[in-house]
Design a protein around this ligand. Structure first.
Ligand code: C5P
Length: 222
């Protein structure tokens, strides 16, 4: 039969990555982490001394590095110019700058086209893909078979993100999240569900329950 695309969008700290990987593993789909691509490009800019406050510099530099995503949900990878940067892209410098890089339209055009190539390849090869990000349902793949908007209260998102970061300061983590939500809101709509998206609020649900709920929604859709 034909492959499926499950779009999972939502703000930072909503549990999108763990959830998307779990859904992909349960359904036997590939997993595409679009945030990792924005982060990898940002890492490359910082590494090459590109001024991340200079939109024109970002736009021209964004055309050079070659990005590759490994789409196994059990072990996703991100490679830039042949170098694996899975750990580097989670650092504070990248997290602080990524919204500004992602706000440059040339960057978005390039990455959206790359993301569509990955989705087409996953559909051509087999059962399909879970694509995770901010604008998958709204922009990248509006004809996704299942569209999920995953969210949680900001305090819960900050607590989870802080725990992931080895118990980082909660006030600072919450301030970071609020800043990134606000910066991201200038380009994508991280705090709004796309038309036709099912809202899943994970505030009071375990990871396993959120995965089960989305698997159920995706299964009903096909
Ligand atoms: O999901 P994650 O926190 O890794 O995303 C990092 C950043 O990449 C977001 O804060 C946002 O600025 C950008 N992003 C985006 N569009 C996407 C995915 C991520 O603008 N589809």
């Amino acid at each position: 039969g034909h492959g499926v695309v499950v779009a999972i969008d939502g703000p930072s700290g909503s549990g999108k990555s763990s959830t998307s990987r779990g859904v992909a593993a349960d359904l036997g789909l590939r997993y595409l982490d679009t945030g990792a691509q924005y982060r990898a490009l940002t890492w490359w800019m910082i590494e090459h001394g590109v001024d991340v406050d200079d939109a024109a510099a970002i736009a021209s530099a964004s055309l050079w590095p070659r990005l590759e995503s490994g789409t196994d949900p059990e072990a996703p990878t991100i490679t830039v110019d042949g170098r694996r940067v899975d750990a580097e892209i989670r650092g504070q410098a990248v997290t602080d700058a990524v919204s500004r890089v992602a706000g440059v339209q040339t960057v978005r055009n390039r990455l959206i086209e790359l993301q569509r190539e990955y989705i087409r390849a996953a559909l051509a090869e087999g059962p399909g893909v879970v694509a995770e990000g901010r604008d998958i349902a709204a922009v990248v793949w509006p004809v996704a078979d299942t569209k999920i908007y995953l969210t949680a209260d900001q305090a819960v998102r900050a607590a989870r993100r802080g725990a992931e970061n080895g118990g980082a300061d909660l006030i600072k983590t919450q301030a970071d999240l609020a800043r990134r939500d606000a910066e991201d809101a200038l380009t994508t709509r991280p705090l709004d569900a796309a038309p036709g998206a099912v809202v899943v609020d994970g505030t009071h649900l375990s990871l396993a329950d959120v995965i089960a709920r989305i698997v159920e929604i995706a299964t009903e859709a096909v």
